[in-house]
Design a protein around this ligand. Structure first.
Ligand SMILES: Cc1cc2nc3c(=O)[nH]c(=O)nc-3n(C[C@H](O)[C@H](O)[C@H](O)COP(=O)(O)OP(=O)(O)OC[C@H]3O[C@@H](n4cnc5c(N)ncnc54)[C@H](O)[C@@H]3O)c2cc1C
Length: 290
């Protein structure tokens, strides 16, 4: 069995890391669409792909199922996500065992969101409260795993202020995280400011900017509301100036410009929230050339 490579080894070895994020499809049609997207994007050789983990642990089996296909059939280095939501430590260890037995050695360690209708996260009995605890758990039992954690250039919505958010991010890194993938943002200034703030806090792991190619005005409004990211006036005006059919082109051009500037100014790479759709990611990758 291919035992995989810790993603932490990629950083430093390569100048630019490029990764893609998928989500576990809800049904067979969604599965076919996702796998077709993977097929179309494979020639661009992502350094790794990640697959999210659904709220409430509901996608445990689906995440593993598609992670396996992405690894075995496409040869990707796959990083499954894992959240603390609804799981005891015992269950988390069982899931980690399952991932490890299948040859995965990278995990995106997350707390997860509170269930719908609740504003704060409450751990279940025997469960974990923060992602930093999950990182510690993984480090203790799987010292060789690559561990990614989430970072928030515009602050996590539940955090009182940026300072405490950064302190908590540092806990995750001190607990053993190898790199940070950011929440989506549409103004690169937010990323560069965040990277500087992390530096001041002595957070020195690579920070991979997470970018969402916008497909429509409605979609970006929903996402920004959900994660409290800013939607720049300029991007919003550009989207509203064109008809709905042309909005993906506007979104793709915006992401393209973001990636170019991020790489020029020294980001370690970029992570595309591909949303199981190939068109926008393909255009961005073609636009970047080599
Ligand atoms: C790249 C990325 C991938 C994601 N993938 C998924 C996914 O697959 N599935 C999913 O359900 N969600 C996913 N999310 C969303 C994520 O689960 C939510 O943003 C969630 O609300 C926080 O998760 P976290 O891991 O950042 O939590 P944490 O790092 O635990 O932080 C949560 C909040 O608690 C605060 N905090 C942390 N430690 C302490 C402490 N010791 N004392 C007090 N406060 C503290 C933090 O500042 C923050 O406000 C993803 C987000 C990102 C950016």
């Amino acid at each position: 069995m291919d035992l995989g490579t810790s993603i932490s080894e990629f950083f430093g070895r390569k100048k630019t890391i490029f990764s893609l994020e998928f989500f576990p499809p809800k049904n067979e049609t969604g599965g076919e669409k996702m796998l077709n997207t993977a097929k179309l994007l494979k020639p661009y050789k992502p350094d790794f792909v990640s697959i999210t983990y659904g709220a409430g642990g509901g996608t445990r089996k689906t995440t593993l199922h598609y992670a396996r296909i992405l690894k075995q059939e496409f040869g990707f280095e796959v990083m499954p996500h894992l959240t603390c939501v609804g799981h005891t430590v015992k269950e988390l260890l069982e899931i980690l065992d399952e991932f490890s037995n299948e040859g995965f050695c990278n995990i995106m360690a997350l707390r997860g969101d509170p269930p719908k209708g609740e504003t704060s996260f409450k751990p279940i009995t025997g469960g974990l409260t923060y992602a930093s605890e999950l990182v510690s758990l993984i480090r203790k039992h799987y010292p060789h795993f690559g561990i990614g954690v989430a970072g928030y250039p515009e602050k996590h919505p539940e955090s009182l202020d940026k300072k405490s958010d950064l302190t908590h991010l540092k806990h995750k890194v001190d607990a053993g995280a190898d790199f940070i993938t950011t929440q989506l943002f549409f103004e690169n200034e937010a990323y560069f400011r965040f990277a500087n703030e992390c530096k001041k806090e002595k957070i020195s792991v690579p920070i991979l900017p997470g970018l969402l190619p916008v497909l429509s005005h409605g979609q970006v409004q929903r996402f920004c509301k959900m994660c409290e990211a800013s939607l720049p006036n300029e991007l919003e005006s550009k989207l509203l100036e064109v008809d709905e059919k042309s909005q993906p082109t506007v979104g793709t051009q915006w992401t393209n410009e973001q990636v170019k500037e991020l790489l020029q100014k020294g980001s370690p790479g970029f992570h595309l929230y591909a949303l199981n759709q190939a068109t926008a990611s393909l255009e961005i990758l073609r636009g970047l050339g080599n």
